[in-house]
Design a protein around this ligand. Structure first.
Ligand code: BES
Ligand code: MN
Ligand code: ZN
Length: 510
């Protein structure tokens, strides 16, 4: 919708004024919502009372959360947004409202907006900075466009043969500096999440394994992260057997990418390690996906994309004083005469042997390499992995919650707090020795999928647990249901959500 959105230090004359209105408390039928006194002052100060009254007078506008009404006069353009009841307003609502504002501004072809929601926030429990951040996130998220893959049917070229942009640049201003700082933070987080979304959207013939590594390298250069990569002989040397085997059948060779954010003075601190499944395409391998199950598997890289987005946010917005390491297991699960097969047995660098029973349970195989490496080499304070791991989690939780596996109370509390702050919901699923026993193999130590079809998402987590040192706090997030949206409302449109980028950023910020 927008080319870019930035916070401006000064209001623009042509700006659309955005104010918030709570729903009327009155039980009387047809009672109209009205401005709270702080917002009324701002409106009077701007001399646009009559235009605001015109918008408030719209029959259809009742102040319900996410509703909106516009009014224009020769001297002013006003957008009023409904905030619902003061006591029930949440940051999640404000993110949604940010999306509503963005849609309206784009519809009105606005290039500047003065957002004065801070006065209304005073009658809620939400801090000005958190409220601003949520609105900034919503605005930035709805601003996302990815029309790179649109051709001459949907886009016009200019005289020089270049595609013309139909998008506008948007400047945002708030007279409340704290709210403005929050908006700027939120816009920054959205830029990071949008980077993740564009990668998710990029088709698998373009977003190959080397393309993903190149994206990580370019990110590192741009925002100041250390970059290293294991590929070819280095994969063999380090015995990253999951990547080698899963990636064998594709002409696009597998690799493991490592990024490091290490602020000054943090040399002796243990890093948080973020691990991402980055399957550039998942055909299922020889256990080929059937019945259209393959469509959309370009997004099987979204765990890694979320981790890249988080590293972007960490380096550009959060800037914590503690180190963070990212490990991306990058491969394409394809088929050829060189493909790994059901019945193969592979041996990991920690000595665990795995009988492959299903080549479509490939994510856990490549994550295992990164988890082994993290435990052995990174001295992590904690490990969090993100993966589009199982269709089972989609069946269980739909697109509403990601599946969370975390047996460490302190880390789980941090993930839950970050979930609350970001609005990216997690639901805890259980771990038990019985699930770990499900993964035992008659041939090798463990198998990669128990054919009895029990508890699939938990099987995935149980498998991974064999590659994590028990003493290290670890959280596995199965994002197969939440990385893509099928509806178009609030801050999101149907397509990639960037799920995880903002949660991880909030976790590092706390
Ligand atoms: N990438 C898929 C999981 C997936 C499914 C992601 C649907 C997004 C939407 C994963 O590699 C997979 O194929 N999982 C199998 C595991 C099974 C073979 C044990 C599944 O869930 O069916
Ligand atoms: Mn698969
Ligand atoms: Zn997969």
């Amino acid at each position: 919708m927008f080319d870019s959105i930035r916070l401006s230090a000064r209001p623009s004359k042509s700006a659309v004024l955005v104010v918030g209105v709570f729903a009327s408390d009155s039980k009387q039928e047809g009672a109209k919502p009205s401005l709270d006194s702080s917002t009324a002052k701002v409106v009077a100060g701007a001399g646009v009372g009559d235009v605001v009254r015109a918008a408030l007078g719209r029959a259809e506008f009742d102040g319900a959360m996410g509703s909106a009404a516009e009014a224009f006069s020769a001297k002013a353009r006003v957008l009023i947004v409904g905030l619902g009841k003061p006591s029930s307003l949440t940051t999640e609502n404000l993110r949604f409202i940010g999306g509503v504002i963005g849609r309206k501004l784009a519809g009105a072809k606005a290039t500047a907006a003065t957002i004065e929601l801070a006065p209304a926030l005073k009658s809620t429990g939400i801090s000005t900075i958190n409220g601003g951040s949520a609105v900034g996130e919503g605005l930035g998220l709805i601003g996302w466009v990815c029309d790179e893959f649109k051709g001459t049917v949907t886009r016009k070229k200019d005289g020089k043969g270049k595609f013309q942009s139909t998008r506008t640049k948007l400047e945002v201003y708030s007279s409340d500096a704290k709210f403005g700082a929050g908006v700027e933070r939120g816009l920054g987080l959205a830029v990071s999440a949008n980077f993740c979304r564009t990668l998710s959207q990029t088709p698998p013939n373009i977003a190959t394994t080397s393309y993903m590594a190149q994206q990580a390298r370019a990110l590192a250069k741009k925002v100041g992260l250390k970059f290293s990569i294991f590929e070819g002989a280095a994969l063999e040397r380090e015995n990253f057997t999951g990547l080698i085997n899963v990636g064998k059948a594709s002409e696009n060779k597998p690799c493991l990418v490592r990024l490091e954010y290490s602020p000054r003075g943090s040399k002796n601190a243990r890093p948080l390690v973020l691990v991402g499944k980055t399957m550039t395409y998942d055909t299922g391998g020889l256990s080929l996906k059937i019945n259209n199950g393959m469509v959309g598997m370009k997004r099987d890289k979204d765990g890694g994309c979320a981790v890249l987005g988080a590293m972007h946010a960490i380096a550009t917005v959060i800037k914590p004083n503690k180190p963070v390491v990212a490990l991306l297991s990058i491969a394409e699960n394809s088929i050829s005469d060189e493909a790994y097969r059901p019945d193969d047995v592979i041996t990991y660098r920690n000595g665990v042997t795995v009988e492959v029973t299903n080549t479509d349970a490939e994510g856990r195989l490549v994550l295992a390499d990164a988890l082994c490496w993290a435990c052995e080499k990174e001295e992590p304070s904690a490990i969090i992995d993100l993966a589009t791991l199982t269709g089972g989690v989609v069946v269980a939780l739909g697109s509403t919650y990601a599946g969370m596996f975390c047996e460490n109370d302190a880390l789980r509390a941090r993930v839950e707090a970050a979930s609350k702050a970001s609005g990216e919901r997690v639901w805890r699923l259980p771990m038990h020795q019985e699930y770990r026993d499900l993964m035992k193999s008659p041939v090798a130590d463990i198998l990669n999928s128990n054919p009895n079809r029990k508890a699939h998402p938990i099987q995935g987590a149980a498998f991974l647990s064999y590659f994590v040192d028990e003493k290290i706090p670890w959280c596995h997030l199965d994002i197969a249901g939440v990385h893509v949206a099928d509806s178009n409302k609030g801050a999101f449109i149907d397509g990639p959500t960037g799920w995880g980028t903002r949660l991880l950023a909030e976790l590092v910020d706390a």
